[in-house]
Design a protein around this ligand. Structure first.
Ligand code: SF4
Ligand code: SF4
Ligand code: SF4
Length: 426
């Protein structure tokens, strides 16, 4: 075991391979508050990459209904149970003195999936990572318990009896939300750590994690190890497969825009405009380098509204989520770490810059490398949650890697009035 630095848990940790970092890192943000569960992303991936024989059960990206759903069935509950078993003294987050890019959420005090194996009886040959292998039937339902609220499918919604008030003055006691998931192209991938043939690797240029099909022998150690269960076994080829981050698109090799990095299929297809994907710069410890006007850097390290999924697993996932406002905080803290309440507070009462950056979601298929804001007039003001809220009609401009302007939009959506002569036509 080597020692590597994991900024999401604010400390060094054990990892079977040494410290390494890519030139840039694939990353994405998904705004759960706006996901409508339409599954367009799911089908965009399916129809592009996993439509062949032997891939019927494979959904590299899927959208599941929380808290009950999961693909494979109960993947997170099962992994959390194992982690709890490996941490009999509990798992907590301690405040760190210097909160910054190296430890924004404090320090996780507990074992990660890389530090737990010795503490859990597993039988058979020793594993490098804490995990489990789902049974075949657990992969059968990519959105089991769709739209099922926390109190069960037929429970009343109980308006106004929740733990706190939302901005309409009421909160449902029963709740659910859509969690869109894909491979997180982790900085410390459990799938890479577990593979006995080093058939899985992390690309040095963009941190994308791939399975070398010519090297894989289908041992499924990666399937067992990935805590997010985003590697899948294909019986027809006896190899494992996973999300490839649509690498031809981010390399700029898609015929849609030759030479220009494009967002992946599942990001670009999002109807709800909730997904943003890009590349970020990291240092030798995989800590993000200050890139103030990269929208991903801004959302995660400046506005701090987007948080990693299950940071306590220890893989340093590169998928981030703006947590849903209507869900009990205790549930969300387990899922997104200790900063979740503050992140929701920042999101529900956004400042001027955050409101502008949120307009960039799904405005372009090209990867936005940098943004700029031109200030506009104040158009609205009110009070929300006891604080003043002001809205300015600022213009936000997105640039691609080459520095070309690719999108220009405003906070206030333009209104087009149909001329009277077309009033009843389509
Ligand atoms: S999410 Fe799973 S499959 Fe993807 S890189 Fe991380 S450990 Fe590997
Ligand atoms: S990034 Fe590409 S391969 Fe990965 S889940 Fe999305 S569409 Fe599928
Ligand atoms: S396409 Fe977008 S809105 Fe629809 S389910 Fe996927 S993430 Fe949610």
């Amino acid at each position: 075991m080597g020692s590597v630095y994991n900024w999401q848990i604010g400390r060094s940790m054990e990892f079977p391979h040494g410290q390494a970092s890519p030139e840039e890192q694939f990353a994405f943000v998904i705004n759960i508050n706006r996901c409508i569960g339409c599954q367009t992303c799911t089908m965009a991936c399916k129809s592009t990459w996993t439509f062949s024989k032997g891939q019927e059960h494979m959904w590299w990206t899927n959208v599941e209904t929380k808290p009950s759903g999961g693909y494979p069935k109960h993947w997170d509950v099962k992994t959390l149970d194992k982690l709890s078993e490996a941490n009999p003294e509990g798992m907590t987050w301690a405040e760190s003195e210097a909160k910054g890019r190296r430890n924004p959420y404090g320090e996780y005090q507990g074992r990660t999936i890389f530090e737990a194996p010795d503490t859990v009886a597993r039988g058979g040959s020793p594993n490098r990572v804490l995990g489990y292998l789902p049974a075949d039937e657990e992969w059968g339902s990519p959105n089991i318990f769709e739209d099922t609220p926390s109190h069960g499918p037929s429970a009343p919604m109980d308006f106004g009896k929740g733990e706190e008030l939302d901005d309409q003055g009421s909160k449902h006691k029963a709740w659910f939300f859509y969690l869109a998931r894909l491979c997180n192209h982790c900085s410390y991938p459990a799938c890479v750590a577990a593979c006995p043939r080093t058939a899985i690797y992390k690309r040095p240029e963009d941190g994308v994690v791939l399975v070398d099909q010519s090297e894989c022998r289908g041992y499924r150690k990666c399937v067992e190890a990935c805590p997010y269960k985003k590697v899948m076994y294909r019986g027809t080829t006896r190899t494992s497969e996973k999300c490839i981050a649509c690498y031809p698109r981010i390399e700029g090799n898609d015929p849609e825009a030759p030479g220009v990095p494009l967002e992946t299929r599942c990001m670009a297809a999002c109807i709800g405009q909730v997904r943003m994907q890009g590349l970020v710069k990291v240092d030798e410890d995989n800590v993000w380098i200050n890139d103030r006007y990269n929208p991903l850097y801004y959302l995660i390290h400046v506005a701090r509204v987007a948080l990693p999924l299950y940071p306590q697993f220890g893989t340093e996932p590169n998928g981030y989520y703006i947590p849903p406002r209507w869900v009990p905080i205790a549930y969300l803290e387990q899922m997104f770490g200790p900063d979740v309440e503050a992140a929701i507070a920042r999101y529900r009462n956004p400042d001027r810059e955050l409101l502008a950056v949120l307009q960039l979601f799904r405005r372009s298929n090209q990867i936005i490398a940098r943004y700029d804001i031109e200030e506009g007039p104040k158009v609205y003001e009110t009070e929300r949650f006891g604080e003043k809220f002001e809205m300015y009609n600022d213009t936000i401009i997105g640039f691609n890697r080459a520095g070309d302007e690719i999108i220009r939009t405003q906070v206030e959506e333009p209104v087009f009035v149909r001329p009277a002569k077309h009033a009843n036509s389509i």
